[in-house]
Design a binder for this molecule. Sequence first.
Ligand code: NAP
Length: 488
Amino acid sequence: MSRGDMAKPLLGHGSREGDCSPPPPAGRTVGVLGSGDFARSLAVRLVSSGFRVVVGSRNPKRKASLFPAAAEVTFQAEAVKKADVIFVAIFREHYSTLCDLADVLVGKILVDVSNNTEINHHKESNAEYLASLFPACTVVKAFNVVSAWTLQSGARDGNKQVLICSNNQEAKRTIAEIAQIMGFTPVDMGCMSSACEIENIPLRLLPAWKIPIFLALGLFLCFFTYNLIRQVIHPYIREQKNKLYKIPIEVVNTTLPCVSYVMLSLVYLPGVLAACSQLYYGTKYRRFPDWLDQWLQHRKQIGLLSFFCAALHAVYSLCLPMRRSHRYLLIETAVKQAVEKKMTIWVEEEVWRMEIYISVGIIALGLLSLLAITSLPSIANSLNWREFSFIQSSLGFIALVISTLHTLTYGWSRAFDENQYKFYLPPTYTLTLLVPCTVIIAKVIFSLPCIQHRLLRIRRGWEKGRYVKFVLPSATGEFSSGETSSNV
Ligand code: NAP
C-alpha cells in the first residue's frame, strides 16, 4: 500500500469514491444535548460546516447567549424532536436523567462523545451503557478523542482523526460523513465492543513513550553515576578535594551527550539486528522476536529523546563559561602563569582539537534537528517515501558518524593516558563508543556489494530454499533479470 493510500480515510463514501471534495451537508439538522464546553465547540464547528444545529439544554434561556446565533437553543425534548442525529454532550453520570426523553428518542442516532476519568473505569463502556438505557436508539461512539479546543480551533491545529464504532453500519457511515464534512478523518474502529478501547485512548499518558523514556532515564542514571564516581568521588577519596560543585552542571553535561549518542545508535541498532536475522534465515517473511518488533516501533521516540538530550547538552555547554567556578579557575590559571612568568599557554594541538570538536558537534546537532523535524507527522506527510527514507536512514547514519567524530575529538588521546583511568575505570567516552561503533561497522559491512545484493534480494521477496524467477535492480541502477535459487 502506498503512503497516499494509507493517508485515505478508512471509511469510503459509496458513490463518491475518488471524489476529493466533501459531500454537501444537505441542510441536515443535528442535535446536541448539553450546553457545556464540548457542546459549545461542537455547535460552532457544526454551524461553520453548514449544518443546522439545535441544542437541547435544561435551561435554554440562560445558555442561548453562549452559542452562535445560527444555532437554536431550546429544551432537550424540543431539540431531540427536530433532529435525527443527536450528539450526547453530557457526562455518563447524567445519562439516566435523559430517560424522560425515551419516547422522543426512538429511532434516533445517539452519538456518545463521553470520556472517563480512569482507564477501564466502568465494566461496560459509556456507549454500551447509553445503548442499554435507550434500546430503541442506535448508538455510535465517536468524537471523544477530539477535544473541545480542537473542535473550535479547527482540525488543522489538532488531531484530525475521529475514531468511530457502532453495531449499525448505516449509522456509522452517517457519522463518518458528518465528521468528514467537519474536516476530520473518520477511522472505522469496528463494532460497539471497541468503545471501551476508544474511551481509554484519551486517558493514556504517552503510551508510545514509556519504553524510550525508561531507556533514556536508565542510561542517564548509569552514566551519571559513572561520571559522578570519576569526577567527584575519585578526587575526594584520592586527594581530599571537594568537587561537589561539579554535580549540577559539569556531571550532568558530561552525562547528557553520552545518553544522546548511545540513544542515537539505538535507533539504528534494531535495523542492523533485523538485517542480520534476514541474512541468517534468508527470508524477510520470518517474524522478528517481539522485543525486536517493539524496539523497531519505538525508534522515532528514541531518536527524539536523543535529540532532546543533545539540545540540552548544547545549552549546558554554552553556559559553562558563565559559572563562578569557571571564572575562579580561569583567574587562578592566569595568576599562576604570572607567578611562573609564562608568556603563553597556547597548545596548538589542543586548539585544533577544540575547533574540530565544536564544529562537528554543531553539525551533528543540526542533523539531529533535521531528523527530529522530519519525524513530525505534518512534515513527514509532505515527503515522499524516498525523501523520508533518505533523511531518516542516510542522513541519520551520517549524524551517527559525525557524532562519533565529535566523541573521538572530545576524547582525543585520553584513552591512552593512564591518569584517566580513575579507580581503573576507563574514560566515559570510550564506553559510549561501543554500541555506535558496532552499528557503524555493521552498516559498512552491509554496504559491501555481496552482502548488500543478498539483503536487497531478500527484501524484495527472495527466500533461501525456494526457486523463484527474479528481477533485481543491478548496482548500476539498471534492472537485471535471471533465474535464482536458494543455493546461489
Ligand atoms: P460540561 O462543560 O460540564 O458540560 C456538561 C453539560 O451537561 C452541562 O453543560 C449540562 O448542560 C449538561 N447536563 C445535562 N444533564 C445534566 C445533569 N443532570 N447534571 C449536570 N449537567 C447536565 O462538560 P463538557 O466538557 O462539555 O463535556 C461533555 C461531554 O463531552 C462529557 O461526556 C465529556 O467526557 C465529553 N468530552 C469533552 C471534551 C472536552 O474537551 N471538554 C472532549 C471530549 C469529550 P445543560 O445545563 O444545558 O443541560
